[in-house]
Write a protein that binds this ligand. Structure first.
Ligand SMILES: NC(=O)c1ccc[n+]([C@@H]2O[C@H](COP(=O)([O-])OP(=O)(O)OC[C@H]3O[C@@H](n4cnc5c(N)ncnc54)[C@H](OP(=O)(O)O)[C@@H]3O)[C@@H](O)[C@H]2O)c1
Length: 298
C-alpha cells in the first residue's frame, strides 16, 4: 500500500448466512462479480440458525468481513439486529443485506423487492406507478416484493396466499394499497381481470412442474399482462411455459436473483454490482447442477 492510501482490507471478505444454505448460488455469483470488477475477495456460505445470528455477526466482524447477505430463515432476525435500517427494511421488517461498519454499526437493506422491479424494468419495460399487481404468496420474498411495489407507486397490490392470515398481516403492515386475498380462483378472478402484472412468489414450482394456481387463472388475466415467476430453479417453470403459450410477456426469476445481488453491492461498495456477470454465473451454476442431477440418474 502506498503511503497515505486508505487502508483496504485485503482480500475482501463477504458471506451469505442461512439455514440451510449449501444450495445458495450467492458465493458463485458474487465471486464471479468480484473477479470481474478486479476486487480480490472471497464470498462464503455459512450455515447459521436464527438463535446464533448475533454471535455469527460478531464473529464475522472479528474476522474482518465487510458484510453479508442473509437468507431464509434469518431475514427478520437480521432486520431486528441492525443498528441502521433502510426505509424498506423498516417497512417490511426483513433484511437480506448487512454491512459491518468499521465503527461497529450494522447497516441493513433489503434488495429482493427492488431487484424484482429492476428486472421487470429491464426485461419487460414495466414501471410500477399506477399499475395493478397480483402477488401469489406472502412469505419473505412476497413481503419484499409487495413492499417495493407499493413504495414505487403501484395502484393496487393484491396478495393472495394459501394461509390467508399471513396475507392479512402483510396488508396490515404495508397499508391501504395492499389487499389480502385467499389463494382460490373465486377470490382471485376479479383481481386478475384488471391486473397489469402477476408475480408468482410462492415456493410452488421449485424443482417440480406444479402450479400455485390452476392454468385457468392465466385466462382471467388481460392478454398484455406480464407473468413473472420468481422461482429460478428451474429457470423456465411450468407457469412460465403456460403463460408463454397463452401469449403473455414472461419474466423469470434469474433477473431478480442477479439484480438483488447487484443492489447489495450498493450497501457494501457504494456502486451497483455487474448484473450481467452475476446472471451468467447463476445460469452456469444452475446448468451445471442440472447436468450433474441428470448424470446421477443414469
Ligand atoms: N429470484 C429471486 O431472486 C428469489 C429471491 C427470493 C426467493 N425466491 C424464490 O421465491 C420462493 C419463495 O421464497 P420465500 O423466501 O418467500 O419462501 P417462504 O418465506 O418460505 O414463503 C413460502 C410461500 O410459499 C407458499 N407456499 C408454500 N407451499 C405452498 C403450496 N403447496 N401451495 C400454495 N402456496 C404455498 C407459502 O404459503 P403459506 O404462507 O400458506 O405457507 C408462502 O407464501 C422460493 O422458491 C425462492 O427460491 C427467488
Amino acid at each position: 500500500m502506498s503511503a497515505g492510501a486508505a487502508p483496504v482490507s485485503s482480500p475482501l471478505l463477504l458471506a451469505v448466512l442461512g439455514h440451510p444454505v449449501a444450495h445458495s448460488l450467492s458465493p458463485t455469483m458474487h465471486e464471479a462479480a468480484l473477479a470481474a470488477a478486479g476486487l480480490p475477495g472471497r464470498y462464503i456460505a455459512c450455515d447459521v440458525e436464527p438463535a446464533g445470528l448475533a454471535e455469527a455477526l460478531r464473529g464475522l466482524r472479528a474476522l474482518g468481513f465487510a458484510g453479508c447477505n442473509v437468507t431464509v430463515p434469518l431475514k427478520e432476525a437480521a432486520a431486528r439486529l441492525a443498528s441502521v435500517r433502510s426505509a424498506e427494511v423498516e417497512r417490511t421488517g426483513s433484511a437480506n443485506t448487512l454491512a459491518l461498519e468499521p465503527d461497529g454499526g450494522l447497516r441493513a437493506d433489503t434488495t429482493d423487492g427492488r431487484g424484482l422491479l429492476a428486472a421487470l424494468r429491464e426485461e419487460a419495460g414495466f414501471e410500477a406507478v399506477g399499475r395493478r399487481v397480483v402477488v401469489l404468496g406472502a412469505g419473505g420474498a412476497a413481503r419484499g416484493i409487495a413492499g417495493a411495489l407499493s413504495a414505487a407507486g403501484a395502484r393496487e397490490v393484491a396478495v393472495a396466499n394459501r394461509t390467508l392470515a399471513r396475507a392479512q398481516a402483510l396488508a396490515t403492515a404495508l397499508g391501504d394499497r395492499v389487499r389480502p386475498l385467499a389463494l382460490e380462483m373465486d377470490a382471485l378472478a376479479p383481481a386478475l381481470a384488471t391486473a397489469d402484472l402477476l408475480v408468482q412468489a410462492t415456493t410452488v414450482g421449485m424443482g417440480t412442474d406444479a402450479l400455485a394456481v390452476p392454468a385457468a387463472a392465466l385466462e382471467a388475466l388481460p392478454p398484455a399482462a406480464i407473468v413473472c415467476d420468481i422461482v429460478y430453479a428451474p429457470p423456465e417453470t411450468a407457469l412460465m411455459r403456460a403463460a408463454r403459450r397463452a401469449g403473455h410477456p414472461v419474466v423469470g426469476g434469474l433477473g431478480m436473483l442477479a439484480w438483488q445481488a447487484a443492489l447489495a453491492w450498493e450497501l457494501w461498495f457504494q456502486r451497483t454490482g455487474p448484473v450481467a456477470v452475476l446472471r451468467e454465473a447463476a445460469e452456469r451454476a444452475l446448468a451445471a447442477r442440472t447436468a450433474a442431477a441428470e448424470g446421477g440418474m443414469h
